[in-house]
Design a protein around this ligand. Structure first.
Ligand code: ADP
Ligand code: ZN
Length: 615
């Protein structure tokens, strides 16, 4: 055990194992099979990378995506571990060279796709000394999983061919059926199941509901301005929205790019690379984006639309904050999305399951109890207490007797003959005088203008609550018109009291002016390649300088900045301010190779910044 800890420090620069890592590694070294369920960012890679280094021979890592392999191989090489990825697009010569290296035992980890692996079953694999087999994204093997890949099913031959080599199957999402299915299909031998907590306490959770397009954009711009120069992803349901958003954000001087399946592979790769290399801050993407990305310093994720299930939602927000530092997530939820998603679910061929999944997602969005509790509960974990890091915990709902509001709304619905949707209802309540309202002669109703004392947004919020409380329901089959339920009638006729939650205007939708294109006002410092920021504390200056140095190195080496050092490593440097190479070696994420390679320049920069700030 001690030996493994030393290796963890020496190679990866970490002082301790995360929960379950040590147990999983131990099990692999004992040549036994395991199934690992860990959330994104939980630290799955170390579980097979460390034993791969420790054990004799070469570890085979099966991964579905080239981008994912590339990222991991670069990360390993940066830590001085010989690793390669074999893929079918490579020139033949290179493939041959890699295979030779495998046979000669010069490589500690070989990444390969499932198809690639199957095609090498008879030639390459028998010629290699294999230490272990790791199957990443193992849920792809199951029909029950959300990302089934037929190529994965062929992996069942591995256990037959190599009965004595330990297999570790890893995934971030697997419910009970999928879990059993993975073990069965891979024919794992008495696998031990490792389930780590799915809690990601560093992710803040916020949901906004009922925002229209304009409000969403204002909210997004305000949000991004609070996250200056940080990487983030905005997920959209429609391709057109990704482009609209990227264009709109650009007019606010925010570096954003669109990403969706309709773009050419070149364009997609370009977008991905720019994001990985911190050349742009924001990717506006359909769900096609992110699968193959291991970028550890994504600081926020926004859902422009509501996702179709909690699994998808959790996986997508999970792309933020893999380095464990605080990261923010924001979800916009609207009835329009709900209507569309319902239709998709109904047409999906698995409508029962998908409608139920959507239902759970909707309940999450509408919840007025701690959101993290709901998520953990969904994944079968018990949360002992409220999290303190979601919008509900931060602004506990305040209730009031809203019976009169409910009566106004429901009475208006009844008087129109239950023929209006939410928009029209609010217009009637607020006496908007819109042409359509007058055409239908709704201005003659007794309830016309009965709610003009409340702003539009407040009515929208209260109507959502009335839906949620079951006083109103939406007739999906009939142009989404509103109907009064029996429960609603009780309130309407004064036989029951309705408790509503007070609506507040949120800061986030207050409009802010567009910033002028800002030229870099900071002067270049001649005495050191890295310029300093004028304002802010020493720590801020230091952080900014370290980030720039990392960016410079990343450009010189053509490697993503987060592979050189994670944000967490830079933060640790700011905290510990190491002034010697030895002290630098104590930084989280600095192993021997990185200490030797980058230690000098980083220590020099830290000294320089500290000295400059004293003068
Ligand atoms: P996953 O594959 O489960 O999504 P990764 O293996 O990419 O997660 O790990 C997520 C982040 O956590 C990486 O930046 C990784 O270097 C870091 N990490 C993993 N194990 C440890 C550890 N024991 N101590 C500190 N950081 C760790
Ligand atoms: Zn909470």
């Amino acid at each position: 055990m001690k030996e493994l800890l030393l290796l963890l420090k020496k190679i990866f620069g970490y002082d301790s194992f995360r929960p379950l890592q040590a147990e999983i590694i131990q099990r692999i070294i004992e040549k036994k099979d395991s199934l690992v369920l860990m959330p994104t960012g939980g630290g799955k890679s170390i579980c097979f990378q460390l034993p791969a280094v420790y054990m004799e021979g070469t570890a085979i890592v099966i991964s579905p995506l080239i981008a994912l392999m590339k990222d991991q191989v670069e990360g390993l090489i940066a830590n001085g571990i010989p690793a390669e990825a074999l893929n079918s697009m490579m020139p033949e010569e290179k493939k041959q060279r890699i295979k030779q290296h495998c046979i000669q035992g010069k490589i500690k980890l070989l990444y390969i796709s499932p198809e690639g692996l199957i095609s090498e079953l008879d030639w390459l694999l028998p010629r290699m000394e294999i230490s272990l087999i790791a199957i990443d994204e193992a849920h792809c093997i199951s029909h029950w999983g959300h990302d089934f890949r037929p190529e994965y099913t062929q992996l069942s031959v591995l256990k037959e061919r190599f009965p004595n080599i330990p297999i570790v199957a890893l995934t971030a999402t697997a419910d009970k059926i999928t879990r059993t299915d993975i073990a069965k299909q891979l024919k794992l031998h008495e696998p031990q199941l490792f389930i780590s907590s799915f809690d990601r306490p560093n992710l803040s959770l916020t949901v906004h509901r009922g925002f229209d397009k304009k409000e969403k954009i204002t909210a997004i711009v305000n949000f991004i301005r609070k996250h200056k120069e940080q990487s983030g992803i905005i997920y959209c349901m429609k391709r057109a929205d990704t482009e609209m958003l990227a264009d709109t954000l650009s007019t606010y001087n925010i570096k954003a790019i669109a990403y969706h399946a309709g773009l050419s592979p070149d364009k997609r790769e370009e977008a991905q690379n720019k994001f990985i290399n911190d050349q742009i801050e924001v990717v506006c993407a359909t769900i096609a984006f992110g699968m193959g990305i291991d970028k550890s310093n994504v600081r926020w994720v926004i859902h422009y639309n509501m996702p179709g299930s909690i699994e998808n939602y959790y996986q997508e927000i999970g792309r933020a904050g893999r380095d464990g530092l605080p990261s923010d997530t924001l979800l916009f939820y609207s009835l329009g999305d709900l209507v569309l998603l319902r239709r998709f679910a109904e047409e999906s061929g698995q409508s029962d399951i998908n409608l139920e999944k959507l239902n759970r997602m909707q309940r999450y969005c509408e919840a007025d109890i701690c959101r993290r509790r709901i998520l953990l509960n969904y994944f079968g974990e018990e949360a002992g207490q409220d999290c303190g890091n979601c919008d509900v915990c931060r602004n506990p709902p305040q209730r009031f007797n809203g019976s009169i509001l409910v009566q106004k709304a429901l009475s208006a619905v009844v008087r129109t003959g239950e023929r209006v949707g939410m928009q029209m209802l609010i217009d009637i309540l607020r006496a908007s005088g819109r042409a359509e309202v007058l055409q239908q002669e709704y201005h003659k109703l007794k309830t016309y203008g009965a709610g003009r004392d409340l702003p539009y947004k407040a009515w929208k919020e209260y109507l959502y609550q009335m839906l949620q409380l079951g006083y109103l329901e939406i007739d999906y089959a009939n142009a989404q018109t509103l109907k009064v339920t029996p429960l609603g009638q009780k309130v309407l006729y004064g036989n029951s009291t309705a408790l509503l939650t007070t609506w507040h205007e949120t800061e986030i939708t207050k409009r802010t002016p567009k910033e002028k294109k800002e030229k870099d006002k900071r002067p270049a410092d001649k005495t050191h390649p890295i310029r300093l920021i004028e304002s802010g504390s020493i720590d801020e200056k230091l952080m900014d300088s370290l980030r720039q140095l990392r960016k410079q190195i990343s450009q010189q080496e053509g490697m993503p900045a987060y592979i050189i050092f994670s944000d967490a490593a830079l933060k640790d440097m700011v905290y510990k301010k190491p002034l010697t190479l030895e002290a630098f070696g104590d930084i989280r994420g600095v192993g021997d190779v990185k200490r030797e390679k980058y230690g000098k320049v980083f220590v020099a920069l830290i000294r320089f910044v500290l000295k400059a700030s004293k003068e």
